[in-house]
Design a protein around this ligand. Sequence first.
Ligand code: GLU
Length: 413
Amino acid sequence: MPADSTTKSAYETFLSAACERLGYSKTITSLLTLAAMEIKVEIPIIRDNGELAIYSGYRVQHQSARGPCKGGLRYHPQVDLDEVRGLASLMTMKTALVNIPLGGGKGGISCDPKTFSPRELEVLTRKFVKRIHREIGPNSDIMAPDMGTNAQVMGWIHSEYSAIYGHSPAAVTGKPLSLGGSVGRETATGDGIGIVVREYARHHNLTLDGMTAVIQGFGNVGINAARALERLGVRVIAISDSRSAVYRPEGLDLETLVQRKRERGSLAEVSGHKEIEAAALLETECDLLIPAALENAITEKNAGRVFARAVIEAANGPLTCEADSILRERGIDVVPDILANAGGVIVSYFEWVQNLQREVWPAERVNSELDRIIGDAARGVFLHSREKGLDLRSAAFDIAVARVKEALDATGF
Ligand code: GLU
């Protein structure tokens, strides 16, 4: 991969183009490029084998003009400052695009959580909070799950933070329900993808019933996106995890795959499902191709072999800049990450509001508010794209960038 093919450099390209279209100065472009604060800490822990190991942890607060910084915490070996910077800036655009009163941030620890015991993960998480607690909180920076983290990790963050500041559930979202988590947060990103796809189909007068989808990624987002699409009548014909990929043209037996993965840690050997190469998955002919794993899944190397009507970016930054241009030239729609996967942060926002108000919302309220907020954002992007003759990512960036700029102006400089 070329050195500049990072989420951060892609963000900078998309941002500069938006600022140019909107007629903003170079200074404003720089302000929206640079992060307001970047934290790096070293976290030493004793592993279960008795050895001392040190892990680097990061938290980047990109923008808070529209509200406290908001974004996930990722545990993955690939995490570094540049990756976290890129992901933090995408969060600023995501919260602005869906118009919730939050800014953008992201964190991560460079480690392989699959090799950690629950005790090791807990120690790592608590130590990270001990290092950065002064910089986070309900009014400044609110963490949430991302790749390699889950509700349990958020529960440890809540417990560590509350031990210092008193009971503070609004300091972190994506918590277990018993600690003030919101109903619907676990499935929110996948549910949001379903709503965005529904709006995409409406906008283009397409019938979803019988359409086909291929999904890269079998984590929380991939599985719940598959479920949401199945509810819409879409046939999910292929899916992959980090090790294997399976294909079944008449539609996957999703729940059997989920069970098999839980029991054996693999998608292999489920009857009626053909194992295919991970690379072949992205090249499978389908209506909707949904990368729901890491960044840079589609690059200039494989973008020419994508045979889908639309790519729905369930992951953050799954396309390099070059891949984005190739797909655009080939007339393949790309529904950008800052819209497609915003369901997670929207329900995080509901969780934060519930915690601040000491309220507990029922599922119906969470679901209908999620539908309203992400549905409005999707309709806004599709309309703006049609009116201005812009691709979907450019339309989304223009709306988001203008909202952040408006808040910056209103703060008064
Ligand atoms: N990690 C998720 C994202 O990238 C959710 C962030 C949140 O809920 O704050 O959007």
